[in-house]
Design a protein around this ligand. Sequence first.
Ligand SMILES: [Ca+2]
Ligand SMILES: [Ca+2]
Length: 178
Amino acid sequence: MKRHAAALAVTALAATALAGCAAPGTEPAKTPEVVVIRGAVAYTDVLRYDYTGDGKRNRVRFWMEFDGHSARGTPGTPGYVPAGGTMRYFLRDEDDNTKVLKWRQGLDMVGAPRDVPVPMTDLVFEGKTAKFEAFGVRWTITDDGDGYPNDKIYVNDGFRTVVPTKLYAGNLWIGPPQ
Ligand SMILES: [Ca+2]
Ligand SMILES: [Ca+2]
């Protein structure tokens, strides 16, 4: 009889513990959090280039900037916003941190428009990775921690996946808006 009482007590304790664990689950279901890809990274080291034409070579670097988000809301309902965003290339003067919008021939951005937003299409997020298409190629970008050192950018042109783009500065963030 005593043993039975003890067993009941244990059962009661377990039930209490379970109830405690279950409590958060009784809250109303949350809508999925919006996830974003934000930030800019330098994909060249500092180059010396006299874009001003005054004979003094400036310190410049090429950057890529991303600004995209996952879908908001439920498809077919008011306020729904599909996943989307833009990316752009730009050249930055590393001495005064300003964008360089005009320069003479000599530097190439692989044919990309200068500081013009290009749409990301087919944008999907998988954890800390974003995949999309822009400039006619597939991009796979992973944010792996603070800063840029472990962040990865892969580009697939339909024939092959190029090794991760070497990054030199900046940061990419994938996750809830910060
Ligand atoms: Ca100059
Ligand atoms: Ca990062």
